[in-house]
Design a protein around this ligand. Sequence first.
Ligand code: NAD
Length: 262
Amino acid sequence: MAREMDGKVAVVTGAGSGIGRAIAEKLAQAGAMVAVADINLAGAEQVAQAIVAAGGRAVGVAMDVADEAAVDEAIDGIAAKHGSVDVLVSNAGIQIVDPIVEFKLADWRKILAIHLDGAFLTTRAALRHMYRGKRGGVVIYTGSVHSHTASPLKCAYVTAKHGLLGLARVVAKEGAEHGVRSYVVCPSFVRTPLVDKQIPEQARDLGISEEEVVRKVMLGETVDGEFTTLDDVASTVLFLSAFPSAAFTGQSFLLTHGWVMH
Ligand code: NAD
C-alpha cells in the first residue's frame, strides 16, 4: 500500500530526543527516508537504529544547527546521498529560564543561535536543494505556544519562537514559485527532557512547588489541564508534510489545549 511519504527524504533536527524523535519516527512510518540530525550523534544514531529495527529507513547525522559549515556540509551530504531534501523539520531547541534582569547575554545568544540561526541555516541549506529543478518541498518549524504568547522567565525563548513565525512567512512567499511551503507547529507543554529540566528550575525561580509548576504554570491556561502529546505534534507534522496544496502555507498551527486559540 502506498504511504504518504514514500520516496521522500526528510531531515529532522534535534531528532535524538523528545519531539524531534517522535516526528522522525512518524515520518519514517509513513515511508520517508529520515535523516535524524542532532548535536548528540549517539542519540541520533540510537533513534535511527530504532527506526531501522522497526522496518523504516533512517540515518543518524551529527549536526550543530548553529554552525554554518556543519549545517551546509550535513545537508549537502544528505542530498548527495539520498537524492534531495523534500522535508525539513527545524526542531532543535533548548530552554534557559531566568528573570530578564538576571538573564545572561551568553544565554540569550545561545538560545537565539540555536533557535533562530539554526532555523535560518538549515532552511537556507535545504532550500538550495528544494529549488533545484523546481522539485519543491516543505519546511516546518517547531514553534511553541510561546510563538503566540509570553510567560515570565523566558525572554530569549519567547523572542526566538515569535521570530520563527516571521521566517516561515518569508519562506512561504519566496518559496512559492519553487513549490516550497512552510509551516510552524506550536505546541503547549509536552513531557520531554526539555520540560522535565524546567520544572525544578521554575519552582526555584517562582518560589512554588514542582507540582504547582506543572498544574499552574504549565497547564493552568489549558481548558483541560492536559499536556500536548508527542503524537499530537508528530501527526500534525505528517499531515502538513503530505498536504497536497499550498492552501495553508506560511501559517502556524496551535496545539495548545485551548491555551491560545486563533
Ligand atoms: P529535547 O531536549 O527532548 O530535545 C531537543 C534535542 O535538540 C536534543 O536531542 C538536543 O541534543 C538537540 N539539540 C540541542 N541543541 C542542538 C544544536 N545546537 N544542534 C542540533 N541539535 C541540538 O526537547 P523537546 O522538548 O523535544 O524540544 C524540541 C523542540 O520543541 C524545541 O524547539 C522546543 O523549543 C520545542 N517545544 C517543546 C515543547 C515542550 O513542551 N517540550 C513545547 C513547545 C515547543
